[in-house]
Design a protein around this ligand. Structure first.
Ligand code: HEC
Ligand code: HEC
Length: 266
């Protein structure tokens, strides 16, 4: 990278007061089980980030938003100038250069806004990411698989473990999908578990009366209790309407609004 001088750094510290930090989605600061150390690509400087950027806050806080090299310089200038981070010029240079190269606005989609979408659901459109169950490998799928196409094609798939392996390696070999080799297996395992041959979600909205029962826990807005009541009602007789679902489960406005996006009575 360009030689980093204290002058450039001071400039960044100065500029920072005019700079409006990119919004960080509140819900994801806790990390939600994401292993950020694992998500961060290997490279010269990774160790510095993992040790020097985690003394005051989590790695998730630092990495939630991808930035250009200059923006990283500005943020780290703020860490030094305002937050009192003790970093040598050499360490700053290593970190700025590493993050500028490996954690800049993508190729791989804006992770922050994508993760935010996972939490929020949205106003009428299907949130495909919500339909993917939370565990560590979910972050890989959201991070790596959304730069060229949406998640729908993935969420609605039914593929065996071998077929997912073939698909994922096809993405890499044919389209140069930037997926580190070590993350392939966790992704394939995750996809074959949740979008395997038994995947209940092949269409949205799903048929409330016919969709397999293991589809319901994927609807993050339904509580366990909602699901129990829904299944016991459904086992006795079919729902005639979504309104009946609302009444039987005593759903609030927001929950029934979301339910209508994902479920229907045919
Ligand atoms: C001396 C403590 C300290 C160290 C070391 C530190 N930070 Fe921070 N950082 C903070 C504090 C405090 C905040 C919280 C500001 C807030 O949330 O209002 C913060 C917030 C952030 C944010 C959120 C964006 C913002 O401007 O609010 C980013 C990004 C960040 N740090 C990156 C880094 C990186 C990268 C490193 C390693 C080079 C680092 N931090 C090291 C104290 C530190
Ligand atoms: C670099 C771009 C790129 C990335 C990143 C990418 N894909 Fe694709 N994907 C494509 C393209 C292009 C197609 C359409 C290929 C075709 O139909 O010829 C496709 C098609 C697909 C299909 C439909 C075809 C099929 O075999 O069912 C699935 C499923 C899929 N991708 C899954 C994934 C998964 C899972 C990931 C992350 C591990 C991923 N993709 C990442 C470019 C990409």
């Amino acid at each position: 990278m360009r030689r980093l001088t204290w002058k450039r750094l001071l400039l960044a510290v100065g500029v920072i007061f005019l700079w409006n930090p990119l919004a960080v989605p509140a819900g994801y600061l806790a990390g939600q089980g994401i292993n950020w150390g694992q998500v961060l690509p290997a490279g010269d400087g990774k160790g510095y980030v993992e040790t020097l950027c985690t003394t005051c806050h989590s790695l998730g806080k630092a990495l939630l938003t991808r930035r250009t090299e200059d923006e990283w310089l500005a943020v780290i200038g703020k860490m030094v100038g305002e937050m009192g981070a003790q970093l040598s010029e050499w360490e700053i240079e290593k970190i700025v250069s590493y993050l500028g190269e490996h954690w800049s606005p993508p190729q791989t989609g804006d992770l922050a806004s994508q993760l935010q979408a996972l939490d929020e659901g949205d106003g009428g459109e299907v949130d495909w990411a919500m339909l993917l169950p939370k565990d560590d490998a979910k972050a890989f799928v959201v991070l790596y698989c959304t730069s060229c196409h949406g998640l729908e094609i993935i969420v609605r798939s039914r593929k065996s473990q071998d077929a997912w392996y073939t698909t994922v390696t096809w993405m890499i070999d044919e389209f140069s999908a930037p997926i580190p080799e070590r993350d392939i297996d966790p992704i394939v395992d995750y996809l074959s578990l949740h979008a395997g041959e038994n995947n209940p979600i092949t269409e949205v909205p799903m048929d409330l009366n016919l969709v397999p029962s293991h589809a319901f826990p994927r609807l993050g807005f339904l509580t366990e209790r909602d699901i129990d009541r829904l299944l016991s009602q459904r086992s006795q007789r079919k729902f005639q309407s979504m309104e009946e679902l609302r009444q039987e489960l005593n759903l609030d406005e927001e929950t029934i609004r979301l339910s209508r996006i994902y479920l229907q009575v045919r």
